[in-house]
Ligand binder design. Sequence first.
Ligand SMILES: [Zn+2]
Ligand SMILES: [Zn+2]
Length: 256
Amino acid sequence: MILAKLVFECFEDTTMTKVETAINGLITELKYNGQIIGQEFPTLLKDGYFITQVLCPEEESLAFTNHNQAVKKAVERLTDVGVLQPKITVLGQELHSDSTDPHHTPSWQILYTSYIQTCSPIRCGDHFAPIPLYRLPALANGCYKQLINWQQDWQACDQLQMNGRTNEFESLAQLGTIDSRLGQQSRQLCQRIEAQSGVPTYYYLYRVGGESLTKEQQRRCPSCDGDWAVLESIHQVLDFKCDDCRLVSNLSWDYK
Ligand SMILES: [Zn+2]
Ligand SMILES: [Zn+2]
């Protein structure tokens, strides 16, 4: 991921509220278009300039060619309230986040996230690297809001089960079963992404617990009851893969 700085300059008299609303509008649309990542976008007002720090999948994420209609409109709204288009400065590679998938057509991809992840929820099956959402066909209303919201839901459940203080088992059931509400939504999302992108899209089922290593190794596909164990772990994470049901999973983290 790349850390970048957006500097907004007012070209005529305006009000703080108008500028803040317009900047927030642009930030929101950039987020739903996958051009910036995360939830927190610190903004400061210094020497008459508004400065916002953002995390982007790649250096060219904020290029005009990646803008969707909503982002273009949000940029126009800036002009309406007397603010110039932001000047973008790439600060460099962020150390704690995953590297973005290189430009190519993946042979398969995975809907995958975790509570600590700050990146796209779609990963390339070949490299296990996050794919910037704007490289995919838009999901609905020309953006990826549904995917961003899905990621937040998944991460919220993951956070609860990791902390183990409240609703741990309910959250685990959401993450690890196909008939949970989240499981159903996830598979529907995968089907739509696959239909639009033409790339086989798998859903990752989280697995923890279990009675024994042997029993866990013999786990069957929860959808078709087929044999779905892979000979060699994929990217050190995925030990089960059903091509018919578009599902992947890990050997229970208790035995890995
Ligand atoms: Zn790849
Ligand atoms: Zn299956």
